[in-house]
Design a protein around this ligand. Structure first.
Ligand code: 13P
Ligand code: SF4
Length: 304
């Protein structure tokens, strides 16, 4: 089917189904363009929960659709492609968390939203890359467990020299691949550009950054800063909304081939049409997991 026809059918079916289409900041351009809302995972889930849509079609990875279900249990949440794992979320198991809790019984567990619902359900509180520092700061405890991203934990540790952050050794393979040499090279090629790093990057990469921000934070900074050129240290898909929203500014990527999350590029317009036609693939979580995971998400929302 031609692209125009596909888009027309998707819009028509979306109305019929009383659905809302969400797209994460890393999704392919045609998916971002057709979405009702584009943003980071938590922001999308929260906004969708406040609408009267009966169906949420989440164009992102698996944990994101789960998060939408956790905050909107009464809505149907659909992921257009079933096999879209987040490689970082895959790096931790329930057993890993239970063994950390056993070793450090007095340490609260702060879990990055980039994790599966069953991990959130056994955590004290969730955090995002934008609010991790604030969330950790609310605990008087000397020891704090952070999961599953060691780079986000090490970044947060910088703000609390008197605390010990115990972390699980998970990471985002795509952010972790960015080296300080890549950044130094990009800075040499673009001497007027400032470098913004995602907290999922390695510590030595963070050291080179003028700013550290989540994907939504990067979009805000690009708009609000007077600078005209930026080197962007996150998954390469973010360059599309950055360029679209700031046509007068220049954005460079230090390692576009390395920082490409395959799961984020799988959903096509055909998949989206199929999702609306057949309402597949639906996210199914037990009431128990939803209740427990929601309590960790809610605690974070009360802090931020
Ligand atoms: P944010 O959009 O929350 O910054 O997360 C980045 C990411 O890697 C999502 O998978
Ligand atoms: Fe997960 Fe990394 Fe892909 Fe984000 S970019 S979804 S953290 S694997």
């Amino acid at each position: 089917m031609e692209k125009e026809k596909l888009v027309e059918k998707i819009i028509e079916l979306k109305k019929k189904r009383k659905a809302i289409i969400l797209a994460h900041n890393y999704q392919p351009p045609e998916i971002q363009d057709i979405a009702d809302l584009r943003g980071d995972s938590l922001e999308l889930s929260l906004k969708a929960s406040k609408t009267d849509a009966e169906v949420i079609v989440f164009c992102g990875v698996f944990f994101m659709a789960e998060t939408a279900k956790i905050v909107s249990p009464q809505k149907k949440v659909i992921l257009p492609v079933r096999d879209v794992p987040c490689e970082m979320a895959e790096m931790i198991t329930v057993e890993d968390v239970l063994s950390l809790k056993e070793r450090y019984p007095d340490a609260p567990v702060v879990t990055y939203v980039n994790s599966y619902a069953e991990i959130k359900a056994i955590s004290d509180v969730c955090c995002t890359s934008a609010n991790a520092v604030k969330v950790v700061g609310t605990f008087p405890n000397q020891k704090i467990i952070m999961l599953p991203d060691m780079n986000l934990a090490l970044y947060t540790q910088r703000f609390y020299p008197d605390k010990t952050i115990i972390y699980h050794e998970g990471f985002c393979p795509f952010h972790h691949l960015l080296t300080k040499e890549d950044v130094i090279k990009a800075k040499k090629e673009h001497p007027s550009a400032i470098f913004i790093a995602h907290p999922e990057c390695r510590p030595e990469v963070i050291d080179l950054a003028e700013h550290v921000a989540s994907t939504s934070g990067m979009l805000k900074l690009a708009k609000s800063l007077p600078d005209k050129e930026f080197i962007i240290g996150t998954e390469v898909g973010l360059l599309y909304p950055l360029k679209k929203e700031n046509p007068d500014k220049k954005f460079y990527h230090p390692a576009p081939e390395k920082m490409l999350c395959a799961s984020m590029k799988k959903i096509t317009l055909e998949d989206l049409l199929n999702a609306l036609e057949n309402l597949e693939f639906e996210i199914d979580l037990s009431e128990e997991v939803i209740k427990k995971a929601y309590s960790a998400v809610k605690r974070m929302l009360e802090i931020i």
